[in-house]
Design a protein around this ligand. Structure first.
Ligand SMILES: [Zn+2]
Length: 277
């Protein structure tokens, strides 16, 4: 692994990659085949065919042209890249610029999204909601879909259910579980106004600033979250794991872990994880 890279296994998901405030963010979840943001050159990015981008700042998106060009070189083709619709036109111009410089076109599959959009994926869907940052931004939520037997049919013998299915009767319903949310860069309003974000089993939330070297107001001016705001809100998280990412290089991991132990409410402390070396 490169410096800054980390890996964390939680509730059947592996979070792998880097999320260093202002420097580089790219988080991969191999079980879902999803990459969240595509900051410059992070180990393992070549394997992911679906990328969900939170916003257009270079530390979250600047790795895309290089990654796409590397994939073309090995015949892998473009990944499917989903992002706020506002980013699409300028990003196409960047790809056109590279095509002109390099002397050949680099095909790329870009998809623009507005809040509320949903993308069908294997065994589920990715839904985006509006996050609050200095540029148009989206938080992405992966919802897992599982087929469950209708409640009134539970306990019926298998052959009977098989016959009903053959006869065209509906015997199952889709259960939707919000499994993972990756916020990207955001102010704390996202947490306050999106119940679905608070309900995700695993919530990967940015906390850029961890002490009073930057006040809450200063951090908000840059579109980010201060740890004081997360401490205030943590007890309203309804899921199982709250993973704090995008820590500024001003703060070490051990400082952040000490703050979690000493300042987060005891009722949620065990759910809180610090990501990033
Ligand atoms: Zn940003």
């Amino acid at each position: 692994m490169d410096q800054g890279d980390d890996e964390l296994a939680l509730h059947g998901l592996t979070l792998r990659g880097v999320a260093c405030g202002g420097i580089r963010t790219s988080l991969m979840v191999p079980e879902l085949g999803l990459m969240f943001d595509v900051g410059p050159r992070t180990s393992g990015q070549m394997r992911y065919d679906t990328i969900l981008v939170s916003h257009g700042h270079q530390d979250h998106l600047g790795g895309l042209p290089y990654l796409v060009s590397q994939r073309h070189m090995v015949g892998a083709g473009s990944p499917q890249v989903h992002m706020p619709v506002e980013v699409i036109d300028p990003l196409r111009r960047i790809f056109e610029g590279w095509a002109e410089i390099e002397g050949f076109p680099c095909e790329v599959d870009l998809h623009g999204h507005a809040p509320g959009d949903s993308i069908p994926l294997r065994k589920g869907a990715a839904r985006c909601v509006r996050s609050v940052h200095r540029v148009p931004s989206l938080a992405w939520i992966y919802e897992r879909h599982t087929e469950r037997l209708l409640p009134h049919l539970q306990g019926r013998p298998g052959p009977q259910l098989g016959a009903m299915r053959k006869a065209g009767e509906t015997i199952t319903e889709t259960h939707v579980q919000p499994l993972l949310c990756v916020t990207g860069d955001t102010q704390s309003e996202l947490f306050d106004r999106e119940p679905l974000v608070r309900r995700c089993t695993v919530l990967v939330h940015e906390v850029t600033s961890w002490d009073d070297r930057r006040s809450v107001d200063q951090v908000r001016q840059w579109g980010h979250t201060h740890v004081d705001e997360m401490i205030e809100r943590a007890e309203r998280f309804e899921g199982e794991a709250l993973v704090l990412v995008h820590r500024s290089p001003r703060h070490t991991r051990s400082e952040a872990e000490r703050i979690v132990r000493e300042r987060f409410p005891a009722s949620v402390r065990d759910k809180v994880h610090v990501f990033g070396t």
